[in-house]
Each structure stands twice: as structure tokens, then as C-alpha cells.
Design a protein around this ligand. Structure first.
Ligand code: MN
Length: 406
């Protein structure tokens, strides 16, 4: 796999024109792995000498936030992990820019795990893309009916299962016949058990370990998983899919190794009103925990510095951190709001008016815990009495407040 990705990068660097195979913009494990699988499969299957390069629908710095993706890659390729990561292509990869030297260039794209191009993908290529193939398991929107390479939309549990099904048509898993699929053999000289471990990861995760009681698994998923387990067992007889599934599921929800910036970034939405950018980060831990993460002493200075840096990076007029967590002592579900307003931003000195408006909202039941103020901005930390207040509910409450004060 490393060699395959490196070959792609080299060809891109030489100015070769590629077909980017792109998963959806959430870039979950299925999107990541199905894009790699389809790039390999199309390279092996198509008679033309097109270059297929998997591209992840996120910025490189955000990959670390996908605990399921990092865990699956580390599990399959423990020693090659960093090299593979370096060789993967992301949306902000400058190599992909050499494709578009003029604004009129149309970029060929193969979509996996979605069948309508995301806005971020269109923006990335100046609205000039041509969809040559689709492999997806979401409901079919019927677009690009005349894709020249392939169009598979089938409501299975995991898009990667469809890719594995296609890989088996190029004899990818058949050791004795691998040599007949010349390009596949050149990619991966033997049936690659590490690649099979990567391929099975999203299938296990998306079908909850192929458990029929969750109504996600289909015969296609089961067939794909069985084929992969066979390939893995040839090299690694001790391989246990259940243990693999548990590891992936834990990793998906584990945020303990993330920094404050990464926590802010992980589940983040941004909107604008009256020319002011509002960012809301949902965080699955307490603000106390964020403070300790940044500085073991529990001092506010560093966590505020991280929040401030995040605001300037995204040119925010206001950042709201919504925490949701289980209190370790009472075991009750708690929410907090931490609001930071940079002084030089659009809201700036009007922040007090905003805090007043919020505190007057009886449905929020805000309990003021602390205010920290310096030359750069003001941070106010609340406990939210109404634990039902989610980001979806807060946003329409706060947007008109911002409009009314600036
Ligand atoms: Mn999917």
C-alpha cells in the first residue's frame, strides 16, 4: 500500500494528471478506506493507464481527530503508519494543485461513500469537476447516471464492502491467480494481509461486528468480511475480528490523547451573522479537563491562549465551547458553556450585552462560574442548568442576540 501511494505522489509531482478518488467530507473510516480500495481496484482493473489517487476529504491536520481512521491504519500497518500517513493525499495537499494550472482545467473525480459531490470538494476544484465513477451505499440521488468508469450505488452496511466485492473481481484475494491480474500484482505482490486488515476495519465498525440485530449488515458485507478474514488468516492465524472490532470502537470515541486545539476542531461548526463569524465547538469532556490537558496545574492562562489562537486562526468574532460529559462523582449528565470574545473582533466590547441577554434566558438556566478578562479578550464560563440545550438548539437562540448587539 505504501508503494502504491508513493507511486501516486511521484506521478503527481511529475505533473501527471490523476483521477482523485474521494470519500465524503466527514471522512469517517468507511470514506477513507473505500477511497483507497477503489483507487487500488481501478488501477488494477482499468486497461487505460490512468493514475488513481485516493484523496481524503479533510485537511491533513484533521486526520488525527479521526480516532477510528488512525486506529485502523495503525492496526493494519504498525511499522509503516507514519510513512503511509505522509504519502496520503488530503484536500489541502499542494501536490494536488499542480493539477489545476489554469482555472478552466476540469478535475476528474471518483466519489466513494457519497453520490453528490460535497460543497468543500466543489470549492476545492473551483466548481470544475467531472465525476467519472461512483461507489456508494447512501440513497441514490440519481446524478451522474452516465459515469464512464463505474456506477455502483447499493444500500449495503458499508461502502467498503462494495469495493471488496469489486477487488475480488480482479482476483485480488486469490493468491494463485494474483499474477494474472498484472497491475494488481505490481501493486501488492502477494495477497496482502495488512491491506485486508485495513479493508475489514470499516466493515466491522459500520455493521457493529456484522450483528444482524442492528439492521445494518447485508449479505454483501458478510461475504466481503469472510473473504478478508480468510486472506488474513493465511498469514496471521491468530487474527480475531471481535477483538479488532472492540479496538476500533474504543478508538472512535477516545479523545484522551487530543490537545485543546484538536478537541475544539473535532466537532466544530461555523456560521456567520452580520459579518461576524460564530464558531461552536462541541466537546465531550468538562472544561476542567481541558484546563488540565493544557497545563497540569489547572491554570487558565494556557487554555485561554489556545482558545484565542483558535479564534484568530479562523477569524472568529466569538467562540462558544459547549461541553457535555458525565460528572465523575454524581454520574449525572452535565453541560457547560464557555464563551470567548476576542477584544479586537466585531463583538469586542459589546460582549457584556451578549452575556446579559444569555443570562436573561430562563430556558438556558445559566449558572455563572467564572469570568477571565485581559487585553486580548474576555472568557466567561457557565454551567448550563438545562442539560437538553444542544448546539442545534443554542445556535438559533444566540444568532439573533449577536445581530441585536452589533
Ligand atoms: Mn459509509
Amino acid at each position: 500500500m505504501l508503494q502504491f501511494l508513493r507511486n501516486g505522489r511521484k506521478a503527481l509531482a511529475r505533473g501527471g494528471s490523476a483521477i482523485f478518488v474521494v470519500g465524503n467530507e466527514a471522512c469517517d473510516l468507511d470514506s477513507f478506506v473505500s477511497s483507497v480500495a477503489v483507487a487500488v481496484q481501478q488501477t488494477a482493473a482499468t486497461k487505460s493507464h490512468s493514475l488513481f489517487v485516493p484523496m481524503l476529504g479533510i485537511r491533513r491536520s484533521d486526520f488525527v481527530l479521526r480516532g477510528d481512521c488512525t486506529a485502523a491504519l495503525r492496526y493494519a500497518y504498525p511499522t509503516e503508519y507514519s510513512d503511509i500517513l505522509d504519502s496520503l493525499c488530503f484536500m489541502d495537499d499542494s501536490l494536488a494543485n499542480s493539477q489545476q494550472t489554469t482555472t478552466n482545467t476540469i478535475q476528474n473525480i471518483f466519489l466513494t461513500d457519497h453520490n453528490i459531490p460535497a460543497k468543500s470538494l466543489l470549492t476545492r476544484f473551483n466548481d470544475s469537476i467531472h465525476v467519472v465513477g461512483i461507489l456508494d451505499h447512501h440513497s441514490d440521488e440519481g446524478l451522474f447516471a452516465d459515469c464512464e468508469l463505474l456506477r455502483v450505488v447499493d444500500s449495503v452496511g458499508c461502502a467498503t464492502s462494495l469495493a471488496v466485492d469489486l477487488l475480488s473481481t480482479v482476483n485480488f484475494f486469490d493468491n494463485s491467480r494474483a499474477a494474472t491480474a498484472a497491475t494488481a500484482a505490481a501493486l501488492l505482490t502477494t495477497v496482502d494481509h495488512a491491506f485486508a486488515k485495513l479493508l475489514i476495519s470499516p466493515i466491522l465498525l459500520d455493521t457493529v461486528n456484522l450483528d444482524p440485530s442492528f439492521n445494518r449488515v447485508t449479505p454483501t458485507d458478510i461475504a466481503a468480511a469472510q473473504q478478508l478474514v480468510l486472506a488474513i488468516h493465511k498469514i496471521d492465524p491468530a487474527y480475531d475480528p471481535l477483538a479488532h472490532f472492540r479496538l476500533l470502537q474504543l478508538a472512535k470515541f477516545d479523545t484522551s490523547s487530543l490537545s485543546v486545539r484538536e478537541m475544539l476542531r473535532k466537532d466544530y461548526k461555523q456560521t456567520s451573522t452580520s459579518g461576524t463569524e460564530l464558531g461552536i465547538s462541541s466537546v465531550t469532556t468538562s472544561f476542567d479537563d481541558l484546563i488540565r490537558r493544557e497545563d497540569g496545574t489547572g491554570d487558565f492562562t494556557k487554555v485561554i491562549a489556545s482558545i484565542r489562537a483558535y479564534c484568530s486562526e479562523l477569524r472568529l468574532g466569538i467562540l462558544i465551547v459547549m461541553t457535555a460529559f458525565e460528572d465523575s462523582k454524581s454520574k449525572s449528565f452535565e453541560r457547560e458553556l464557555v464563551i470567548f470574545v476576542p477584544r479586537n473582533g466585531k463583538i469586542g466590547s459589546a460582549s457584556r450585552n451578549l452575556f446579559d441577554l444569555l443570562e436573561q434566558r430562563s430556558d438556558l438556566k445559566l449558572n455563572h462560574l467564572k469570568t477571565v478578562e485581559d487585553d486580548d479578550g474576555i472568557l466567561r464560563w457557565y454551567k448550563v442548568g438545562n442539560a437538553k440545550i444542544s448546539r442545534k438548539l443554542l445556535q438559533p437562540i444566540i444568532l439573533p442576540m449577536i445581530q441585536s448587539i452589533i
